[in-house]
Structure formats: structure tokens, C-alpha cells
Design a binder for this molecule. Structure first.
Ligand code: ADP
Ligand code: ZN
Length: 731
């Protein structure tokens, strides 16, 4: 249990002065008076006057500065919720210190649900009073029939069931025929039962679990659950969740793309007998409030959430699981720039909790931590039950490529035909949305570019628009060239997923086809597509990385990667790692059940270490090669990086301020500076972006260095903005 450290608790003194951290971008707490009769302590959630408004804040401790009592304002309100845990307050400080985001801004990530602080509202419901109304109408009669069961119903339910308007219900209340009662609000979720439906683990899984169990439940420790796709990692970490629940502590499972994981929620429900509490952007304020409050009160015992769930007010956190720990979606790069994997390890350390990082393709950082013995390396080498890993073949596009104007090589097409003939499913994968990445005018060579970003406009033919993938700007596909005016001269260059779908329609007209890409429907539409695929309602799936992760389609035995080289073209040193991960994930969709699977990678570089590791299945060779080249370059995990992104409306202004920054950069041993240069994405939403990069040795306090550096500089003025990104993901 995480009781508050008594030394840091404030005696509930009246008329005292305390420091309150407000949930806005401030770097220090402010002093406030505690009004008579109010008892606060460290962690208490309060509302305080800040400028003209009341702002949410948290009592941080004793005041730092001596301000005359009579100049201070009173705390306006103390909320009745339990205070935040000491562990969470320290976590806020830690994240702030590491990322250079002001602590108030980090605290705002904690105080996400203001509704949760208000007392829970009871539900108003109506039932029959026993008195007949004097005047009876058809509508009134329908309501009375609906309520004839004698139970109390909420108003929307009555309206829905009897097809009347709200005024009919109100009229019946006034007429004395219905009585209004208040029902207590339902609990956020039923507590999960650790012993509901435990799977019987295979010997491999049992061995993996035993290794995880060697991390004590009441101590910090990290396990890297490194198991092939379809190895049954989920069942293994579910047992670690069960252990945590039995030990009376809370468990958090983080997923990279929560919105599309209904199958995951179903698996949790089957295992623990009840749905988990969820936490992601796709929730209503009322749902959020319930979950947030339930966690703070300790009623919610297990949460499945996106990266922001890391800032939930757990009181007794005992386990954090990161599924697909290598996934880039764990990096937040808006507001507070943090990596949820690294910060999860920090939070678990403060909470004395265990961490399980799960992946078939661990990040190079985590692999290195496991190799160095900092993390326990738990390996699952074979697939669950009869399932086997797919055979992977590289198709050399230089010699065996498709005919001109086509994108599917003859050999892959033959494989698709025979897969479909056997009544199995095939997947065509291309990690590029839209119809074509570039659109140009055949007459004058004009290429359509976003006016606000450094990016081509991408044709989305199904929707009839050209779209910028950076800012989302759209325009209708024009009939004539915007530059030379020639008509019907626009041509697509290169393939996007829609173009592959078009080719598939022409070549496999009898197959039941479905195209899946994040821009092709709402979340709930996409969810239904996934259920339909699981039920075998499609033969040929054509999709982007949306289909690469986590899904389990029983009948899927063939995967064709249209362009396996896509990610390698970037100058990004993580390009090889990212490509290896996405190819392994997508190939891993094949043959996850009894039927054997195969994957074909169309590539111009069959000799590249990534392709070789894919084909031979020798992942160790890949990690060795990758770690060596990172070490040679002083790149993570052997060296550290931090970026300053300077943005402005004018390129000159961004560049000028960057040069100023460079001129005041402090000298430090082992630190090398690069730039200023245009950032990898040099313009976004009309703002020019220039980057400075600092590279330092592993042991260096790079956050401290960056803070000191910025303190030497003049403050940015006008529309200049500086963002700090510690451990940037692309560099
Ligand atoms: P991973 O997460 O490692 O890719 P999963 O956990 O999704 O693998 O497991 C792959 C498949 O095997 C799933 O359909 C899962 O339900 C099944 N499975 C795994 N372990 C067990 C078990 N112990 N008992 C029954 N089915 C299992
Ligand atoms: Zn744009």
C-alpha cells in the first residue's frame, strides 16, 4: 500500500499559508491562505483564484517565499475527493524535470477530469405513484404502460420506450401520476475477478510467467516479455494482472491504439469476468469522471488505457503493462513531450510497482536494457498451440517486379489466387494512405503541394480530394492544372492503398474485398469492419498499418507487402528498426491459427539487413547489427539526444533565433551540437520549423544541460516558439 509519507503531510492548520501548484503552465507553486475551518494537506485538490478566474490546483507543500499574509488570496474551495498520492506528486515533478515542461502543465495531465471532482450526481428516475391522472391521452397511456413493471426508469429511457416527448413525462409528474426518485449512481465498473477464467498456460507460457513472478509484487522491477507474434503474451501478462489484483493493488494495461481494440477488451472481459475500466480520447466526460474518481477512491482496480492513462490518480499501483512496447504511438509530442514507456518505468519505480513490457519486436532501447541485465528478459520463442511462424520470402522487384502500371508482382498475384481458392484470407499491405503520394500535371510538371506545409498533397480518389497528411487541409481534385490551366492532365505518381485496392478489384474481381485505412471511416465503422473480417466475411483485406497490429484473423494465411522499402528511405537512424518492426508485425498476421502462413515482401533491397533478418528469421542478427551501428554513431541507447525546435511564421525569424540559441550554448564535455537546420518536417500549418540537436554521452543529465542552455538565451518574442524534445524519436 502506498500510504502518504507522514513527513510530507501537512498538519491541517487553519489560517496557515500553503503552496498550491495550479494546473496551468507555471513553473512554481503559488502561496495561498487556508481559510478558517478548511483542513488541507499535501495532495489536496483545491480551486484557487488566479487572475480573474478560479483554477484547479493541488496543495504542494509549505510556501517557498515569504509574502505578507494580507497580500495573499484564500483557497476558494477544497474538493471532497481523497488527496492525490505522494507517489503521483513526485511523478509530476519528475516528468517536469525530465521533459522541461512546467510542472503545472504536467499536473494538468493529471487533473484531466474536472467533472470527477464534483460530488457524484444521483440519477433521477420516475415510477408510478399509484394515482391515475385525471386527463388521459394516448401518449400518457403509453408512458403508464411502459412503467407498469413498477420499476423506476430514467427519463431518456421512458421517452425511448414509449415514443413520447419529455413534456408528457413532466405533465404526468405534475398530475401526480408519476413520482420522481433519486437513485445512487452506478459504480464505474464491477471489480475484476482474478480467478474468473484463468487460461491453462502452455509449458512455454508457464515458464515465462514464472520468470515474471520472480519480480516481487511489492517492489519495482521490469520484465521485457519478448515473444513472437501469436506467442500468447496476452495470456501471460493477464496472469501478472491477476497476481496484482490478488495482492490488493491496482493494475494498468497500456495499449498504443486503444480505440480499435474491442477484441482486447473482450479478451479481458472473458478472463476477468467483467469489462475493464477504459481510458482514452473516445470517452464522454461522464465516463471519464466515473473512471477517474473510481481510480482515486481505489474502487477501480484495473484500467486499460492509452498513453495518457499514465497520469491517472492510482493510489496503489502495483503493475503497469505496456503492450506493443515498441510502438511509436507511445511518444507524445504535443504539450508535454514524453515517452510513455520510459515514464511508465519511472512511475512504477516511484510506486514500487512491476512493469511488463510486451512485444514481438522490442525497441532497441528495451532490448539493450534486457541485454545489460537491467530488465528481466522473458522470451517466448514459439507460437501458441499448433500455430507456426510464417515463411517469409523477399520478392526482388529489380528482376521479378510487376508489369508497368501495376504494383502486385506476378508471383504474389499467383499466391493470392491459390489462397483464395483454398477459401483462406489474404492481406495486401501498404503503409501509405490515399491513392497516390504525389499528384502532378502531365503538361507542365507542376506537383501539388500543401500551401501551409512542407508536404505533397495526396490524392484520396474515393473521397475526391487532395489532402495534406500533416495539417489535414483538403481541396477538391481540380479539373484543370492550377499552374498551366491544361484540363484532365493530372496524373498520380506512385501507389497509395486506394490504388492497390483498385488494382486488386481488377485482378481479383470475385474476391470479397475490404479496404482498411484510418481515414476510411469512423472508429465504430472500422470496428465493424474488423469484426466482419474476423467472421470471415472477406477474402482479401487491403490495408495500411491499421491492420498490421494486434489483430488475430483465424483464416488469414497470406500477407503481401507491396512496398517493404517504404520506411527505409528516410534519413532517420531509426528507419531500420521501425521497418523491421512493422514488417514483423504485419507478416505476423499470417497463419496465427492451425493453418500455416506465408508472407511475401516486395523489395528493391533484398540484401538489406532488415530484409535478410526477415527472411532468415534471425532477429538476433538484426538486433546485433542495429546495436552495433547505434554504438558507432553514439546514438540511443548508447548516447543521448535532445532537440530544440524553433518555429515562427517567417523562416528567417526561426533561423535567426536558432543562431542566437547556438551562440549561447554552454560548453559541456562530450556534448556535440548540430544545426540549426530545417527540421525533418520543415513547415507545418504555415509555421517554419528549424531544429538544433544536442548529442551527449549516456551518463549526462541532458535535461539539466538543455534547461541551463535555455536560461542563457534571450526570451523568444513575437510569434517565435521553442519546443524541447528530450529523446526525440526521429532525428
Ligand atoms: P501475442 O499477443 O503474443 O501475439 P496472443 O496472446 O494474441 O499472442 O495469443 C495468440 C492466440 O493464441 C490467441 O488467439 C489466444 O487466444 C490464443 N492463446 C494464447 N495462449 C492461450 C492459452 N493458454 N489457452 C488458450 N488459448 C491461448
Ligand atoms: Zn498542410
Amino acid at each position: 500500500m502506498n500510504e502518504l509519507d507522514p513527513n510530507s503531510m501537512l498538519a491541517p492548520l487553519e489560517g496557515d499559508v500553503v503552496a498550491v501548484m495550479v494546473g496551468v503552465a507555471v513553473s512554481t507553486p503559488y502561496s495561498y491562505r487556508v481559510p478558517p475551518g478548511m483542513a488541507v494537506r499535501r495532495g489536496s485538490i483545491v480551486a484557487v483564484p488566479l487572475g480573474p478566474r478560479l483554477t484547479l490546483g493541488v496543495v504542494w507543500g509549505a510556501p517557498r517565499d515569504m509574502v505578507a499574509h494580507n497580500r495573499l488570496k484564500d483557497i476558494a474551495r477544497l474538493y471532497e475527493t481523497p488527496p492525490l498520492s505522494e507517489e503521483l506528486l513526485r511523478f509530476v515533478d519528475w516528468v517536469s524535470n525530465y521533459t522541461l515542461a512546467p510542472p503545472g502543465m504536467v499536473l494538468r495531465s493529471v487533473l484531466r477530469s474536472t467533472e470527477a471532482l464534483e460530488p457524484e450526481r444521483p440519477i433521477t428516475a420516475y415510477r408510478l405513484s399509484g394515482h391515475e391522472p385525471e386527463r388521459m391521452t394516448d401518449a400518457r397511456l403509453r408512458v403508464l404502460y411502459t412503467l407498469a413493471d413498477g420499476l423506476a426508469w430514467a427519463k431518456p429511457a421512458i421517452i425511448g420506450a414509449s415514443g413520447v416527448s419529455a413534456s408528457v413525462v413532466d405533465g404526468l409528474v405534475r398530475a401526480g401520476a408519476l413520482e420522481k426518485i433519486e437513485l445512487p449512481p452506478p459504480p464505474a465498473v464491477e471489480p475484476p475477478d482474478p480467478d474468473a477464467n484463468g487460461a491453462s498456460l502452455s509449458p512455454d507460457q508457464a515458464a515465462a510467467l514464472a520468470q515474471i513472478r520472480q519480480l516481487e509484487t511489492d517492489r519495482f522491477g521490469v520484465a521485457l516479455l519478448d515473444g513472437v507474434t501469436g506467442g500468447g503474451k496476452t495470456e501471460v501478462f493477464f496472469e501478472a494482472v491477476a497476481d496484482t489484483l490478488r495482492a490488493g493493488r491496482q493494475a494498468l494495461i497500456m495499449l498504443p491504439e486503444i480505440a480499435l481494440t474491442h477484441t482486447f477488451l473482450e479478451r479481458f472481459t472473458r478472463r476477468f469476468g467483467t469489462r475493464p475500466a477504459e481510458w482514452h480520447s473516445d470517452m464522454t466526460p461522464v465516463q471519464r469522471a466515473r473512471v477517474w474518481r473510481g481510480i482515486l477512491k481505489g474502487e477501480v482496480r484495473a484500467v486499460v488505457g492509452a498513453r495518457s492513462s499514465l497520469f491517472l490518480p492510482f493510489r496503489e499501483l502495483g503493475l503497469v503493462v505496456l503492450d506493443e512496447e515498441h510502438d511509436g504511438a507511445y511518444k507524445q509530442s504535443d504539450g508535454v513531450n514524453y515517452h510513455a514507456r520510459d515514464m511508465a518505468v519511472v512511475r512504477a519505480n516511484l510506486a514500487g510497482a512491476r512493469v511488463v513490457l510486451s512485444s514481438a519486436t522490442p525497441s532497441v532501447e528495451s532490448r539493450n536494457n534486457a541485454d545489460q541485465g537491467r530488465y528481466r528478459h522473458v522470451v517466448l520463442t514459439s507460437r501458441f498451440a499448433e500455430a507456426t511462424l510464417p515463411d517469409i520470402t523477399a520478392l526482388d522487384m529489380r528482376t521479378d517486379g510487376p508489369a508497368k502500371g501495376e504494383w502486385i508482382a506476378p508471383q504474389l498475384a499467383r499466391q493470392i489466387f491459390s489462397t483464395l481458392e483454398r477459401g483462406e484470407q489474404a492481406l495486401l499491405f501498404l503503409n501509405r494512405r490515399g491513392y497516390a503520394p504525389v499528384t502532378l500535371c502531365r503538361a507542365c510538371g507542376h506537383q501539388y503541394q500543401c500551401p501551409d506545409c512542407d508536404a505533397w498533397l495526396v490524392e484520396h480518389r474515393f473521397r475526391g480530394v487532395l489532402m495534406c497528411h500533416h495539417c489535414g487541409r483538403e481541396q477538391r481534385i481540380p479539373d484543370s492544372c492550377g499552374k498551366c490551366g491544361a484540363e484532365d492532365t493530372l496524373v498520380p505518381v506512385g501507389p497509395g492503398i486506394e490504388r492497390i485496392a483498385e488494382e486488386a478489384a481488377a485482378r481479383f474481381p470475385d474476391a470479397r474485398r475490404v479496404i482498411l485505412s484510418s481515414d476510411m471511416g469512423t472508429n465504430s465503422q472500422l470496428k465493424s469492419r474488423f469484426s466482419e473480417i474476423e467472421r470471415g466475411e472477406y477474402d482479401l483485406i487491403i490495408g495500411t498499418q491499421l491492420v498490421a497490429k494486434g489483430h488475430h484473423f483465424d483464416k488469414l494465411t497470406l500477407v503481401g507487402v507491396v512496398d517493404a522499402d517504404i520506411g527505409l528511405a528516410h534519413g532517420d537512424p531509426r528507419a531500420a528498426e521501425k521497418t523491421f518492426q512493422i514488417l514483423t508485425q504485419v507478416a505476423g498476421r499470417a497463419g496465427r491459427s492451425v493453418r500455416h502462413g506465408r508472407a511475401f515482401l516486395q523489395t528493391y533491397h533484398p540484401e538489406h539487413p532488415v530484409m535478410r533478418a526477415m527472411v532468415t528469421g534471425d532477429r538476433e542478427a538484426f538486433y546485433r547489427h542495429e546495436l552495433q551501428s547505434r554504438q558507432a554513431g553514439g546514438l540511443p541507447p548508447f548516447g543521448r539526444l535532445a532537440a530544440l525546435i524553433v518555429s515562427a511564421n517567417e523562416h528567417d525569424a526561426a533561423m535567426g533565433y536558432s543562431r542566437h540559441l547556438l551562440s549561447v550554448a554552454p560548453m559541456a564535455e562530450g556534448v556535440r551540437l548540430f544545426g540549426p537546420a530545417d527540421a525533418p518536417v520543415a513547415m507545418v500549418r504555415g509555421r517554419h520549423r528549424v531544429r538544433l540537436l544536442a548529442q551527449g554521452p549516456k551518463g549526462l543529465d541532458l535535461s539539466g544541460y538543455m534547461r541551463f542552455w535555455l536560461e542563457q538565451a534571450q526570451r523568444p518574442t513575437g510569434n517565435l516558439k521553442v519546443q524541447v524534445d528530450i529523446d526525440p524519436m526521429s532525428f
